[in-house]
Structure formats: structure tokens, C-alpha cells
Design a protein around this ligand. Structure first.
Ligand SMILES: [Zn+2]
Length: 203
């Protein structure tokens, strides 16, 4: 069995995560990206750049090393592959990464503050508030890796983080689990906003 055939269940999980993120409005257009660890190898399956989450199929992924170098498949790996590789290196329990440009989370990050867990459900499911990382670029280049490393050092079970003026980056045991966590973070940001507005209106 070829590597691609062996990895089909992982590709199928990634497709479900992409389609769900699109349907739930976590990601529009052609932005965002997802990846999964290749079990037992220092490799990952990442979404090829350019396609929309909505049109994602199991053919829409390539295999790269943790530095984003193409190892197998056709297409250009997402330009965020370096960040995904960093997360697999520093978080051995993480098997998948979901990155989306989710509106309420991005809006919350303009405060520069960590996103507080605004509901009981968020407190139950997430071990810590979600930090906002101020990376002043459209992608997380190695010069900003220390911000990610410091966040995980402070909170090893961190479910994810928000990139200021950019989006959320969420990890999980599987792509579908990471996508569910991304939905929870976006929901939490939405509630955080509405609570602030209600307080301002004196409700
Ligand atoms: Zn992005």
C-alpha cells in the first residue's frame, strides 16, 4: 500500500474539518489552512495553497517535512506550513492543526488581550484563556516562533492562540477535533464581544 493510500483516512478527516469550518462560517473564500501529522515520521500532510475549504477534496493535500519542503504530491504547500511544522515539533501530542480567519476572534484580538473563557462550556473544555500573539505579518515566520514557543511553555495544554489582525490557530488529536475547538474559540469570542456590548449599554 502506498503512503498516500495509507494516509487516506487522515486526508478524509482533513476534508471533513475544512468543509465544516466553511459551512460554520469560520473561514470564507480561499483563506485558512489545515494539516495533520504523518504518524511515525517527521512529516505532515498540509493543504495545498489556493483552494477554498469549500471545494477541498482528499487530492488537495501534499506531504511536506516540518520545514515545509515538498516530499510527496503535486501542488504548492500552504505558506503557513512552517508554523504547522513548529507546532508538531513542540507539541508531541498534537496530530492536527486548523487555522482560520474567524471574524469575532480577529476582532477580539484587536484588544491585544487574551480571550477569556466566557462560558461554563469553554471553561470545561479549555484549560486556559486563549492568548493573542502580536505577529506583525501575514504569516508566522521563524523570527516570531519564540512567541508561539513562549505561549506553549506558559500553558502546555493550550488549545490554540489568536494571531492579531489575522486569525486563529487551533490544535487537536484529529483535524475534526481541532476544528471543533476552533468553533468553540470563535463562539467564545462572540460571547465575549456581546457581553462587553451589553455591559456598555447598561443591560
Ligand atoms: Zn492565515
Amino acid at each position: 500500500m502506498s503512503r498516500t493510500e495509507k494516509l487516506l483516512p487522515i486526508a478524509e478527516d482533513l476534508v471533513i474539518a475544512c468543509q465544516r469550518a466553511y459551512t460554520r462560517g469560520l473561514q470564507t473564500g480561499s483563506g485558512g489552512n489545515v494539516s495533520a501529522r504523518v504518524p511515525g515520521e517527521d512529516l505532515m500532510m498540509v493543504k495545498a495553497s489556493g483552494s477554498s475549504f469549500a471545494d477541498c477534496t482528499t487530492d488537495g493535500f501534499v506531504i511536506t517535512d516540518f520545514d515545509g519542503n515538498l516530499v510527496e504530491g503535486t501542488g504548492k504547500p500552504t505558506r503557513e506550513a512552517l508554523l504547522h511544522g513548529l507546532l508538531y515539533r513542540i507539541c508531541p501530542d498534537v496530530n492536527a492543526v486548523v487555522h482560520t480567519h474567524s471574524v469575532y476572534s480577529i476582532a477580539w484580538a484587536s484588544t491585544g488581550k487574551a480571550l477569556p473563557r466566557t462560558t461554563w462550556h469553554a471553561k470545561l473544555k479549555m484549560d486556559s484563556d486563549i492568548p493573542t500573539l502580536n505577529v506583525p505579518a501575514a504569516m508566522v515566520n521563524p523570527e516570531y516562533f519564540h512567541l508561539v514557543e513562549e505561549a506553549y511553555k506558559a500553558s502546555p495544554k493550550l488549545p490554540g492562540f489568536i494571531l492579531k489582525d489575522h486569525g486563529i490557530v487551533v490544535t487537536g488529536k484529529t483535524a475534526v477535533a481541532a476544528e471543533h475547538a476552533a468553533e468553540l474559540i470563535e463562539e467564545t469570542a462572540q460571547v465575549a464581544f456581546l457581553k462587553q456590548i451589553a455591559a456598555k449599554l447598561g443591560m
